[in-house]
Design a protein around this ligand. Structure first.
Ligand code: RFL
Ligand code: PHB
Length: 393
């Protein structure tokens, strides 16, 4: 089967679906191709922290109804070290900006529903996606769907297929520069049927390693502990996870960590990655396809959405007036934000984690950095501004 569209979008994650919805609102045709099932996309447990700009944008895009009702708005975040908790108050430090806790898979559901309601194409379970002519003006995507082969001719392709997708590898290696960093630890995350033990997130530095208390709903907690990168999930029975969490989140203050049934458990390795440029010919990369941050700053989804917005603006301008300057400036505009957020995510990661073989000097330096964050207004302000998110323009 042969078909034609203005923008072929590969991947129905946050980047692809936000782009699809923004293009729809601008009256631009697109086809979204996803290799997983709809259920898989709607159930994948990942991010939970939405920046203020991400929330504002989802509401503006008409996909914020459930988010407004069910999202938990947080006006601060806690940093715990040396057995004490320090609250960073966003109202005071950012003049009223906030973060919202709302699961990534709920964002995905809302975006998939909006796409289906728009009656524009979104195909799940597509296979064998391959591109041709991305260096020219009429790129083609070939793929299999329900046993049939398809050929989709596009004006442009948006590669929104995540870190392990096919879009980035479709660009000649010689056209790309890759910048990356591995970290010698991972996060073991659980989703637990337990009311969150704190109204706001707690990032904890502890001699046994980092721990994080987060949440999804008033009934469900999301918790993480730092672990060695090659640990197997089998080595982490539920009792061991709770024991580590109890130790690492312990405090001299009156506080109690409520345990509950573990609903889901997984290990995530930490990686920083940037590809430059984020465009090759008529192929544009957005989200995790172009960059990965360690989850410490809670930025991956927010960056993906910011890219999609910049790309949608560029397409909208091109189809309205024929102007290509926003398209040719896409990569540079995204990368300026990406590197600032990379710096922030790296800095938080360095400050909170125990490194194998670190010296007592390194540990004292980390504690001094945390103390500075807790007591120095300008340090707290810079942290809070990044944490709630750089303004979207
Ligand atoms: P996604 O979400 O990976 O979506 C890519 C989509 O492309 C599909 N795909 C293909 N489709 C067709 N053909 C192919 N060949 C394909 N290959 C792949 C995939 O099935 C998928 O549907 O990328 P996108 O849209 O760029 O979004 C990025 C975010 O998902 C990611 O950055 C965040 O989840 C990162 N992240 C967090 N981000 C935050 O902003 N706040 C957080 O609190 C936060 N916490 C997290 C996180 C990521 C985590 N893990 C599991 C890596 C916590 C964790 C534990
Ligand atoms: C989460 O709720 O999954 C979460 C929160 C904060 C982070 C990372 C993940 O920094």
């Amino acid at each position: 089967m042969k078909a034609r569209t203005q923008v072929g979008i590969v991947g129905a994650g946050p980047a692809g679906l936000v782009l699809a919805q923004l293009l729809h609102l601008a009256g631009i045709d697109s086809v979204v191709l996803e290799n997983r099932t709809r259920d898989y996309c709607e159930e994948r447990v990942r991010a939970g922290v939405l920046e203020q700009g991400t929330v504002d944008m989802l509401i503006e895009m008409d996909v914020g109804e459930r988010l407004k009702k069910e999202g938990l708005t947080h006006h601060g975040v806690n940093v715990r070290f040396g057995g004490r908790t320090h609250r960073l108050d966003f109202d005071d430090l950012t003049r009223g900006r906030a973060i919202t806790i709302y699961s990534q898979h709920e964002v995905t559901k809302d975006l998939i529903n909006a796409r289906l309601a728009s009656n524009r194409p979104l195909y799940f379970e597509t296979d064998n996606i391959a591109f041709s002519g991305v260096d020219g003006a009429r790129p083609v995507i070939r793929y299999m769907h329900r046993g049939e082969s398809h050929e989709l001719t596009c004006d442009y392709i948006a590669g929104c297929d995540g870190f392990h997708g096919v879009s980035r590898p479709a660009i000649p290696v010689s056209a790309l520069n890759i910048f990356e960093k591995d970290y010698p630890f991972a996060w073991l995350g659980i989703l637990a049927e337990a009311p969150p033990s704190s109204d706001e997130l707690i990032y904890a530095y502890h001699e046994r390693g980092f721990a994080l208390l987060s949440m999804r709903t008033p009934e469900i907690s999301r918790l993480y502990v730092q672990c060695p990168p090659d640990d197997d999930i089998i080595d982490w029975p539920d009792e061991r996870v709770w024991k580590e969490l109890q130790l690492r989140l312990s405090t001299q203050e009156k506080w109690h960590l409520t345990e509950g049934r573990v609903l889901q458990k997984g290990i995530t390795r930490m990686h920083s990655f940037v590809v430059e440029p984020m465009q090759y010919g008529s192929l544009f990369l957005a989200g995790d396809a172009a960059h990965i941050v360690p989850p410490t700053g809670a930025k991956g989804l927010n960056l993906a959405v910011a890219d999609a917005r910049i790309l949608a603006r560029a397409f909208t301008e091109f189809y309205a007036s024929g102007r290509r300057d926003l398209l040719s400036g896409y990569s540079a505009k995204c990368l300026s934000r990406v590197w600032k957020v990379q710096r922030f995510s790296w800095w938080m990661t360095m400050m909170f984690h125990r490194w194998q073989g670190d010296s007592t000097f390194d540990q004292r330096r980390q504690l001094a950095e945390l103390e500075n964050l807790a007591t120095c207004r300008s340090a707290a302000q810079s942290f809070a501004e990044y944490y709630v998110g750089l303004p979207l323009d």
